[in-house]
Design a protein around this ligand. Structure first.
Ligand SMILES: Cc1cc2nc3c(=O)[nH]c(=O)nc-3n(C[C@H](O)[C@H](O)[C@H](O)COP(=O)(O)OP(=O)(O)OC[C@H]3O[C@@H](n4cnc5c(N)ncnc54)[C@H](O)[C@@H]3O)c2cc1C
Length: 275
């Protein structure tokens, strides 16, 4: 993974990032402007390469996880939307879905983007949409590894077959980005298209455009723990600020430990669900 400083101010932050990384025991190499991928080279730019970092193919990753869970006896119901926050019902928890009600002993709400709607007590987390696009294969190899730029606002990778996936400019979306509506933002998509051609030099046509819904915590520590007023029968996790590929797994383990034993040695890493 390569972090690229967009301008001189970010280059300063990258220079501070490097020793901070090392203090925490991570490998990382500063990359001078001339050694950046050609398409990203601009006067004053530098990069920070973290060779231990990487990207996953989300669909393959989730299918592999799902297969493994099913082998262990879990049952997965897709296409069943929970339509309101789960509530106590006798000695259990009632989960109302668009296909009927489910009564459970315990419930874990592990849906980052849906945290604010399914856990109204998590007032400090807000749903946010992030725009993406992908292109047809571009003949020229431009990005040798996943790249994040402008403090992580933009992120791009070129797949082995040459396709480029690019996301970003959620700040351009402004207050409108705080929504759980799965609708493209026209202005952000236009800006991404321009960035693709002007900054990354990609001329391959755009084949896919989409948004993903996540949630951002104002704290900004993510949330994980019991939902107040549910006798600890409902646990919730989310508010990962766009970093759930790491945080989600840690929060998942904490939620599982809390559900099974009532305690977790790492529970204090995250904010509690408080109204
Ligand atoms: C464009 C983009 C780029 C990102 N880049 C990174 C990155 O580089 N690194 C990183 O760490 N993270 C990144 N993230 C964030 C990361 O994807 C999320 O933080 C992570 O997926 C959260 O995992 P989760 O399991 O909590 O929720 P999700 O992966 O969102 O899964 C929740 C599931 O619950 C389902 N669901 C939602 N609402 C309901 C409901 N009411 N009823 C039933 N089911 C429901 C959803 O359909 C989904 O299947 C990115 C996100 C986006 C959108």
């Amino acid at each position: 993974m390569l972090r690229v400083a967009y301008d001189a101010a970010e280059a300063e932050r990258v220079r501070e990032h490097h020793p901070a990384f090392q203090r925490d025991g991570f490998a990382g190499e500063l990359v001078p402007e001339g050694a950046l991928p050609e398409v990203l080279q601009r006067p004053g730019r530098i990069g920070l390469l973290t060779p231990h970092d990487g990207a996953v193919h989300p669909a393959r990753w989730l299918r592999a996880l799902a297969r493994d869970l099913e082998r262990r006896g879990a049952r997965i119901h897709e296409g069943t939307r929970v339509v309101q926050p789960p509530s106590l019902n006798g000695h259990g928890v009632q989960v109302l879905t668009d296909h009927g009600a489910v009564l459970a002993e315990r419930v874990v709400i592990a849906a980052d983007g849906a945290l604010p709607s399914l856990v109204p007590a998590a007032v400090h987390a807000r749903a946010r949409r992030l725009n993406m696009l992908a292109t047809a294969p571009d003949q020229q190899p431009r990005l040798p590894c996943p790249v994040s730029i402008r403090d992580g606002y933009e992120y791009a990778q070129q797949l082995p077959d040459g396709r480029v996936a690019l996301g970003g400019f959620s700040d351009l979306d402004g207050p409108a980005s705080y929504t759980d509506r799965e609708e493209l933002s026209v202005s952000v998509q236009e800006r991404l298209t321009r960035y693709l051609g002007e900054d990354l030099g990609v001329s391959a046509p755009v084949t896919h455009r989409w948004v993903g819904i996540v949630s951002y915590a104002q704290d900004p520590v993510p949330t994980c723990g019991p939902v107040p007023g549910t006798e600890d029968r409902v646990l919730a996790a989310g508010g990962y600020n766009g970093t759930g590929h790491v945080q989600g797994f840690l929060a998942g383990r904490i939620a599982a430990e809390l559900a099974v034993t009532g305690t977790s040695p790492q529970a204090d890493l995250y904010a509690r669900v408080v109204p």
